[in-house]
Ligand binder design. Structure first.
Ligand code: SAM
Length: 246
């Protein structure tokens, strides 16, 4: 991917980005630009909102309470949103932040925390997960910020799973050591990836999952991976074999 304006700070904003329309930042982003980065009137940044592509913008006010900017030009069009669904049993603190960041970098469209029998964390701060996803998008030049869905139990997830979407189950007990063949046959399908908790799925959960017609178990190699490693490995093989790395 050709990079442009890589040295400019990138900020996600809620406002529409339209040629000629000024943008006023809220308190936190104003403080960040004016006080933390010490940007002043005339300095440029890149703005995106998940709808209107990326825009080069110039500061017209450097107030620490309210930075204003003029939009100069669109530097990247808005890409089509990703359809890749990623479900995972939430992990504790830093490792939870890590999997959210990595999911954004790997180009998922929906991030879905799933509560399983052995999940160690049951109450999540949704705003913190969303803020993490936004920060990851800002850092990695991702223009689509994934939707972060509220947590759901595994049984409720399976009860409402759409019949036209395959659910790839990262399953350390899967027969083949290679996920390549299993995935290659799914190139035209809607896809979800489900990763279990640190203690794995319970026997009952695993049996239930494996009996479902839309579930496709894959192995991620001969070693047991930690759940956050499995997430990155699983998303990487999916993107490489049937996703947007092709
Ligand atoms: N079953 C183990 C246990 O009892 O602790 C390990 C669970 S593993 C740490 C966490 C999750 O990562 C698993 O539920 C699975 O989804 C995924 N995973 C880890 N290693 C894997 C592998 N080699 N192949 C497929 N999935 C794997």
């Amino acid at each position: 991917m050709p990079r442009t304006h890589a040295t400019l700070p990138r900020l996600y904003v809620a406002s529409d980005l339209v040629a000629g329309a000024p943008v006023d930042l809220g308190k936190d982003q104003s403080l960040y630009l004016a006080a933390v980065l010490r940007k002043v009137v005339g300095d440029e940044v890149v703005l995106f909102n998940g709808r209107d592509g990326a825009w080069r913008a110039r500061m017209t006010s450097d107030s620490k309470r309210s930075v204003s900017l003029d939009l100069l030009e669109q530097i990247a069009p808005q890409p089509a949103p990703s359809d890749l669904w990623y479900g995972f049993a939430p992990l504790k603190s830093e490792r939870l932040d890590y999997v959210i960041q990595k999911a954004v970098e790997m180009g998922v469209g929906t991030i879905q925390p799933v509560l399983t029998q052995f999940t160690q964390v049951s109450r999540l701060k949704h705003e913190r997960l969303v803020a993490n996803a936004v920060e990851a998008a800002e850092q990695c030049e991702v223009l689509n910020v994934p939707t972060v869905a509220p947590e759901i139990s595994l049984s409720a997830l399976l009860d409402t799973w759409p019949s036209d979407r395959r659910l790839i189950l990262a399953d350390e007990g899967a027969a083949s050591a290679s996920p390549v063949e299993r995935l290659a046959g799914l190139a035209s399908e809607k896809i979800g990836l489900l990763i279990g908790p640190e203690g794995g799925f319970s026997d009952t959960e695993r049996e239930k999952l494996l009996a479902l017609p839309y579930v496709v178990p894959i192995s991620l190699g001969p070693r047991i991976l930690r759940a956050d490693t499995a997430a990155v490995a699983g998303l990487a093989v999916i993107q490489a074999i049937i996703g947007d790395w092709r």
